[in-house]
Every structure is written in C-alpha cells, then in structure tokens.
Design a protein around this ligand. Structure first.
Ligand SMILES: [Fe+2]
Ligand SMILES: [Fe+2]
Length: 253
C-alpha cells in the first residue's frame, strides 16, 4: 500500500478553515490508521489529536501548508492513548505558543513521554469548558467520559459546525480498505461495531453523552479513526450509537 492522500478542507468561510490532515495508507503497517485535524482562524491554528510518533512528519508537513506552526495556540487532546499523544514531544519543539489541553485526569501522566522542560498544560475539568482561541472564536470541549477513556473530551467548532469525536465513530478496516467519507452507512456499521462494543465502558456513558450534545447543530462528525460523517449520516450515526443497548462492562460475565 503506497497511497498517499493530500489534506482535505472540510469547511472554509472567510478566514476560518477546518482541515483533515491527510493520510499515508502505508501507516497501516505501523499501527491503526488515524485522522488528524487542524482548525485555522485568521492566522491562528488549533490542532486536534495530532497523533502518534510515526505520523508526525506527515502531519507537520501538511499543517505547514495552512498555518505557521509558531501560530498554533492550542493542541487539543481527546484522551491519553499513544495514537493521540505519541508525538507530543515533537510538537512541543515546533509550537512554542501552544497550550496543551487534556482532561485533568491525564495531565500528570503525560510528562512520562519524556518531555523536557515545562509543558503549558490546561487541565480540562470534567464538565468541559469553552476554549478561547481568539476574541471572536472559541472551541467547545464537550465531555464524553468513558467512551472510551475515563477522562475523554470531544471538541466542537461552532463556526464550521464540525464535531471532532475522538475515538467515537472509529472504524477499523481490513488492510487495503479505507475511504474518507462514509457513503454506505449500513456497510460502514460493521467496521465500527466491534470497537464500540468493547471499548465504550458502559451503555450509561452513551446516554450521558447524548444529553451533552442535545441542541448542538452538527453538520459533520469527524472521528480520529475511520471515515467522516456528513449530511444524513450524522443523524444515522447518532441513531446507531443510541441503538447499542449493551457495551463494555454490560457484556462481561
Ligand atoms: Fe483511544
Ligand atoms: Fe484512537
């Protein structure tokens, strides 16, 4: 597999962009395929789950097409997994202005990646918060605990109306299969179901999350693995996750 995919702009209006940061399908050989995203507002940038160590070069090169890394003001982490935070040290060197946002549960664990010097952490409280990027733009950190991590956040861009869902909505494909947008939702479900059944801690986590996102206007759901949901598929995804009656501990004997 040698297919390399260029970044794709999911939303663009005036000085605001929401960008999917490309993929090299050969990354499959090193670990599960991951999506990274960048929000650009004016000359400022916000990175969403920039990923593991081995994707850094691809992500960094693609970010530079859209924003000066010196102007990245925030790196937002959904949770603590290696495929999310593995490149932290490399990003710290390249983004002197960035603050690192992560659940308060994980802040004390991340320095074990071997970070040298102080990290500008912002601990996200369990209830979430608005993250001010500029005077006229904030990203919402939405709690999604136990789906799957105990300290887990999604991020909502209210200008693009794009909901970054971290591992929620993840799809795992067999080697050689990959597509950027979900087209056939029925077919797509089978690539999502095993992950969601095993990793989400309990059905109650889904109920709590559904309440948190009520009223949010979502045009696109952008997950950290697999494919992007847009249009009708946003609703279909929410209906599907609501249809999972038992997950995680609910299924354990
Ligand atoms: Fe994860
Ligand atoms: Fe992940």
């Amino acid at each position: 597999m040698t297919k390399v995919h260029k970044p794709y702009v999911l939303f663009e209006e005036k000085d605001h962009k929401f960008v999917w940061l490309g993929l090299d399908e050969s990354e499959y050989e090193k670990g599960v395929l991951t999506n990274q995203y960048l929000i650009v507002h004016g000359d400022k940038g916000v990175l969403l789950d920039p990923g593991g160590y081995f994707v850094f070069e691809r992500v960094y090169e693609n970010v530079k097409e859209f924003v000066n890394p010196n102007n990245i003001v925030a790196i937002l982490y959904s949770h603590q997994d290696p495929d999310v935070v593995g490149s932290l040290n490399l990003w710290l060197d390249m983004t002197p202005e960035a603050k690192i946002y992560v659940s308060a549960l994980w802040e004390r664990f991340l320095p074990h990646l071997g970070t040298v010097g102080g990290i500008k952490f912002v601990d996200l409280p369990d209830q979430g918060m608005d993250i001010k990027v500029t005077e006229d733009f904030s990203v919402k950190a939405i709690p999604a605990h136990f789906m799957h991590s105990p300290g887990n956040f999604h991020y909502y861009d209210p200008i693009a109306k794009i909901y970054f869902s971290g591992d929620l909505g993840a799809a795992m494909y067999p080697e050689g299969k990959w597509y950027l947008f979900v087209e056939d939702f029925e077919e797509h479900k089978k690539f999502m179901e095993p992950f969601h059944r095993r990793y989400i801690a309990t059905r109650r986590a889904i109920d709590v999350w559904l309440k948190k996102i009520k009223g949010l206007e979502i045009n696109i759901i952008a997950p950290q693995h697999g494919s992007i949901f847009q249009g009708e598929n946003v609703k279909k995804f929410i209906e599907w996750i609501n249809s999972l009656d038992k997950v995680g501990i609910d299924l354990m004997e």
